[in-house]
Design a protein around this ligand. Structure first.
Ligand SMILES: NC(=O)C1=CN([C@@H]2O[C@H](COP(=O)(O)OP(=O)(O)OC[C@H]3O[C@@H](n4cnc5c(N)ncnc54)[C@H](O)[C@@H]3O)[C@@H](O)[C@H]2O)C=CC1
Ligand SMILES: N[C@@H](CC=O)C(=O)O
Ligand code: NA
Length: 818
């Protein structure tokens, strides 16, 4: 025999009942006997409870509410049974509603609603749905019979959650099914006492009915038909990427039952599990889907774990003291006291030092737990053997579950590592020696981030996601977004990396969308949906969103923005930037950013601070890490100045070359920063710091290349005017150099702890002579590269090369995330 069970949504509407009929017809076609258990129509049980309470409160409106429930059942009859045959069913349904109406009237008279009466009122939900569907089946010519489970399942008189008398029940079920071959339509959830008083089976009640029957008759299978695709790897409301688990063991299903309760409530399936009956969880609304098989032993898994479950809100109680060490009986007394007071313990952890025990409970029991324990241990507390009871709230538990972790290494490593990388603090942890479940207690505010990042490493290890928050969509930011757009498919398909643009801001508008702004229509979306830009609000929202693998990308030259870097890094958000302001501010700030990133295990990356995309910072960091010592750095670090000196000559105005550099995207947003030497000065300052020389910006000596009048210009426009006026000055610089067969080069040097930048002329022998375009060149003399320096050369400014350097930094974070 086969046992099927349909939940409330499956029997909730005419359309879904049509599917139920089809499923039943298909099953009957196989010839195997079928029992089918029905829940009440979706929402009806809750409605009946409400109606019962209204009646008890003397609120006559319950009558109207009851009419609505009645009409729902009538509507199904009208929708499913031919007009000619409806009357019998209508009469039967009306009969049940009359009976229920009488009971409710009684409740409203005596103004009392006992658990026993409530069970009786609730029983009408299943009795009605099952009656209606039985009649529908019969009207379709199917040999179906209504089976009132109260006649076969007996419980004690614990109302609300009757204790099943299996001896009697199993016997009655066997006798009942031995007598019939018809399709048995059984009322779920309800039972009765030996003397015929209606009871209910508590949580997961209809599943329990199915399970009790299946176990009694040794059914071949139980099919639980519900409204989702089976048991999922995580709660899909919290983890968008959760997917159906095809095969799961009983034990795993039990462990996952916290959120799995929505789908099945495994404890209610225990009788079937005990008989080794396979359970299938199937979707009435997606009948072709394979669903989840629950069996004693699950099929081999593709993943190290089977699923992730969580409890949103718990309180953690800690009891500690020197008097607990080596003293037997403390934990016995502790848990006895809790159990005598009906406080259920969710998780327990005690370190081998025996100095403390912590356990988690439902927060609504927290105060009671404190009182109970303070009373139990009052003597020890007075004597100072126990320090007292501390309770922490606003915590959540996440458990990873799976038989696959048994005796396999690396699972807990992976769990703790992903939590660490995302800056999620683990408050407590527990793993039983069954190795089926590792539980961690974390702050509730980290729950969503933790679930998603854990799900990511265990189930989507092939596809990793980075959440990008980009501020500044000018030349570099805009080009970066273009590059991201062009690479999205490649990265997803070839590198299994999903770049999610979760936030964007220009100076006017900002938009944050954790689901992704998209790299195609970002401009339109920011314009249309964006709100007025506010950097503090942007940063605050990012921190609140608390998305895993978040990266803040600062593509501005803003001075104020850098004050947020520390805060972001501290919130475990990596920072990537071409903006040089932070690293060229005070040395204390530079160091503090490095330290915060290190402390939080996130990245602060700024390769494009010097030489745009050229691998300069990375090279230095590699050499420093491997113990090389820098003796000298000599470099051309301005793409703009390089371009100018390579393009300026007879027949060209200096100002036009500067304007061309700006048009080509080489200059700073304000080109005076390039021509004043300020940009080069801050670059050599950053390099000095990277090689371990703790300079301040005032330590860098800058020899001006501009005449006074240009330096004094108040605006960029004025500046260009002054350049025109000074054209002869620049022409002479250039022609003097050329006359000597030399070239003008603006060179930065770091030697003996001193940094300076100056305009020099170099002859054809000098390695810096043969530069073209916007080339930068950096020559490192180190202990290892002493005889011949290490030289890096190439375009050191411009949109494409800079944006790709920023992109490469972002990519390096993704590989670090593993
Ligand atoms: N252009 C280049 O070759 C290189 C540039 N860089 C650096 O890249 C950064 C960006 O340079 P570009 O893109 O060329 O400049 P840009 O002026 O074209 O872009 C900067 C953008 O940031 C916006 N912005 C400024 N403050 C903002 C704020 N608080 N909130 C939102 N948006 C803000 C501006 O409106 C502008 O659209 C600068 O720090 C620059 O030093 C670094 C290496 C090379
Ligand atoms: N304006 C800068 C851009 C790179 O940092 C330059 O010209 O080098
Ligand atoms: Na670089």
């Amino acid at each position: 025999m086969k046992v099927l069970k349909f939940g409330g949504t499956s029997v909730g509407s005419v359309d879904s009942i049509k599917t139920v009929i089809e499923i039943l017809e298909n099953n009957l076609a196989n010839g195997e006997q079928v029992a089918v258990v029905f829940s009440a129509m979706g929402g009806v049980t809750n409605r009946l409870i409400e109606i019962g309470k209204m009646a008890a409160a003397g609120n006559a409106e319950y009558i109207e509410f009851l009419k609505v429930v009645e009409e729902r059942h009538f509507a199904v009859v009208r929708g499913m049974i031919n007009v000619k045959n409806q009357s019998g069913t209508f009469a039967a349904v009306r009969g049940l509603f009359n009976e229920l109406g009488d009971i409710l009237r009684g409740v409203s008279w005596i103004k009392e609603l006992s658990e026993r009466t409530l069970d009786l009122i609730m029983s009408f939900g299943e009795r009605l749905s099952t009656l209606v569907i039985t009649e529908i089946l019969k009207s379709k010519g199917i040999s179906a019979e209504f089976c009132d489970a109260r006649n076969i399942i007996h419980t004690n008189a614990t109302y609300g959650m009757g204790d099943v008398d299996f001896e009697v029940t199993n016997k009655q079920i066997l006798e009942y099914f031995a007598k019939t071959n018809a399709l048995q339509c059984v009322t779920g959830f309800i039972a009765s006492t030996a003397d015929g008083v209606t009871t209910t089976l508590g949580r997961g009640g209809s599943d329990y009915t199915a399970s009790i029957i299946a176990a009694a008759v040794d059914a071949s299978v139980i099919e639980i038909w519900t409204d989702v695709d089976g048991m999922m790897t995580a709660d899909p409301r919290k983890v968008a990427n959760a997917f159906t688990i095809p095969s799961i063991s009983y034990a795993e299903a039990m462990e996952l039952s916290h959120f799995g309760a929505k789908v099945i409530y495994p404890p209610s399936l225990q009788p079937a599990f005990a008989k080794n009956i396979t359970l299938k969880v199937l979707n009435t609304f997606n009948t072709d889907f394979i669903g989840t098989f629950v069996q004693k032993t699950a099929n081999k898994k593709d993943y190290a774990i089977t699923g992730i479950s969580s409890i949103d809100e718990i309180a953690l109680v800690n009891i500690q003291g020197s008097g607990m060490i080596g003293v037997a009986g403390i934990s016995g007394r502790l848990f006895t006291a809790l159990s005598l007071n009906d406080i259920s313990v969710i998780l327990i952890s005690q370190a081998s030092s025996e100095h403390s025990i912590c356990f988690s409970i439902d927060p609504k029991n927290a105060q009671k737990a404190r009182e109970v324990l303070e009373k139990e241990f009052s003597h020890e507390i007075t004597l100072g053997y126990i320090d007292g009871i501390s309770i922490e709230k606003s915590l959540s538990i996440i458990a990873i579950v799976g038989e696959g972790m048994k005796k396999s290494t690396g699972v807990s490593g992976k769990l703790f590592s992903v939590l660490g990388k995302n800056g999620i603090n683990v408050v407590a942890t527990a793993q039983g020696s069954s190795e089926l479940n590792i539980s961690v207690v974390i702050s509730k505010s980290d729950l969503s981030k933790a679930l998603n990042s854990i799900h990511g490493v265990f189930f989507q290890s092939e596809t990793r996601s980075l959440n990008l928050f980009i501020v500044g969509v000018g030349l570099i930011g805009g080009t970066l977004l273009e590059q991201v757009k062009n690479q999205t498919t490649y990265l997803r398909e070839e590198k299994l990396l999903n770049l999610n643009i979760a936030g964007l801001s220009n100076t006017k508008k900002m938009l944050l969308d954790p689901d992704g702004i998209g790299s195609e229509q970002w401009r339109e979306r920011v314009n249309e949906e964006g709100v007025k830009t506010s950097l503090p609000a942007f940063v605050q929202r990012m921190i609140e969103l608390n998305l895993p693998n978040s990266v803040f990308v600062d593509c501005t030259s803003d001075k104020d923005i850098v004050q947020y870097y520390n805060m972001l890094l501290d919130a475990s958000i990596s920072v990537v930037t071409p903006n040089k302001v932070a690293n060229s501010g005070s040395y204390a700030e530079y160091i503090s950013l490095q330290r915060t990133a290190l402390k939080r295990g996130v990245k602060f990356l700024y390769e494009t601070n010097v030489g745009a995309g050229l691998p300069i910072i990375n090279t230095i960091q590699g050499l420093m890490a491997s113990g090389d010592k820098f003796l000298k750095i000599e470099a051309i670090l301005s793409g703009t100045l390089s371009f100018i000196f390579n393009s300026f000559g007879p027949g060209v105005r200096f100002v036009d070359v500067v304007k061309e550099a700006k048009a080509k995207g080489f200059t700073e947003p304000d080109p005076r920063d390039d021509l004043s030497g300020a940009d080069v000065a801050r670059k050599i300052l950053i390099l000095a710091r990277e090689v371990g020389v703790p300079l301040e910006s005032s330590d860098v000596r800058v020899a001006q290349l501009l005449p006074e009048n240009c330096l004094a210009a108040a605006t960029v426009e004025d500046f260009f005017q002054e350049l025109i006026i000074s054209d002869d000055y620049f022409a002479k610089l250039q022609s003097d150099a050329e006359a000597n067969g030399e070239k003008l080069r603006y060179i930065a040097t770091l030697e003996n702890g001193k940094a300076f930048v100056e305009l020099r002329t170099v002859d054809a022998q000098h390695p810096f002579y043969t530069l073209s375009g916007s080339d930068n060149i950096i020559s490192f003399t180190t202990e290892r590269y002493k005889d011949r320096p290490l030289v890096i050369k190439g375009p050191g400014a411009g949109a494409e090369v800079t944006a790709s350097g920023v992109f490469a930094d972002i990519m390096s974070i993704s590989s670090y995330l593993g």
